[in-house]
Design a protein around this ligand. Sequence first.
Ligand code: ATP
Length: 351
Amino acid sequence: MVENIAIDARNVGKIYGAGASAVTALGDVSIAIKQGEFFTLLGPSGCGKTTLLRCIAGFETPTSGCISLSGRDITYTPPNERPVNTVFQSYALFPHLSVADNIGFGLKMQGKPRAQIKASVERVLALVKLEDFANRLPAQLSGGQQQRVALARALAPEPEVLLLDEPLSALDLKLRKEMQSELKRLQTETGITFIFVTHDQEEALTMSDRIAVMSAGALLQVGTPHDIYDRPVNRFVADFIGETNFVEGRVEGEGVRIGTGDVLSVTLDGQAGEVTLAVRPEQVSITKAGMGIAAKIIDATYLGTDTHYMLELGDQSRMVARIQSNSAGGLKVGDVVGLRIDARAVQVLKS
Ligand code: ATP
């Protein structure tokens, strides 16, 4: 249903420059982002995330295709006429204006009455929990507080869609974690559609309703964090999202055999012969030698709750198993063991 879609991008392409120096930043991207969704564009540096965001904001015009917002074509609408606001990585606050004046700046430019600006500023200051900081200058705030002001400023005009371009990357890890849940709370409380750009897969998995994984100007997969983690469509997605073992095996009957192990009954889609399986480290368990796939522990890394074991199989290929430390029961480097793989979580990769 069209009314449930906030941003509908159809066949959007963007080429910077021309001739020999032309760069295709976006190939042919089609995506529908639902109203009230926390939607993340995830991919490595240079894959086109920011370009897509800038096309939605109106700072760039697509070379081909069109973008609509709540059913209205906005492909050529100037940025200031779109009900869209952006929070940048650099907070871009005005250093000489107080927090309150920074937040109210856009509303003032729009010619809104004083009383309305004051009410809006108070509302968003409460939303980001900075009521007591209204009169400070940006230089008198911590990085996290400046980030909140930038968020409050973007939320003040009540946009339909808020674009966030790696807004947490300048923060240290602890603050970043705090701001992740803060952003999620803000999005839930306001019901505004958030489109968030990051190259951090963990951040994407914890915050998003849905994620679009991008590579080289193309969308590879769009889905919930579970879809993407449990059913990556190809090797790139499996590798980019979380740690993955790529294991060679061969199709036998209804399943795949790895090394000396039993046939794993995995879902096959017409594949035959040699195949590659994506196996998450937590889906590998270690058992006694003589059972499952023969392997040897060649390295162990204690990570607190879990321990990572590097295992070498008979054909010299390697696999990582993540085992809860308190159930590892004296496993040590050099042990000859057997491996079991939870077949339910295994993906047979297409490419
Ligand atoms: P990052 O995470 O590093 O910000 P990104 O995924 O956001 O990367 P974009 O900034 O969208 O990627 O860039 C996509 C491609 O387009 C890159 O190859 C980049 O060099 C190129 N590009 C971006 N902006 C321009 C521009 N103004 N002129 C020419 N090429 C550009």
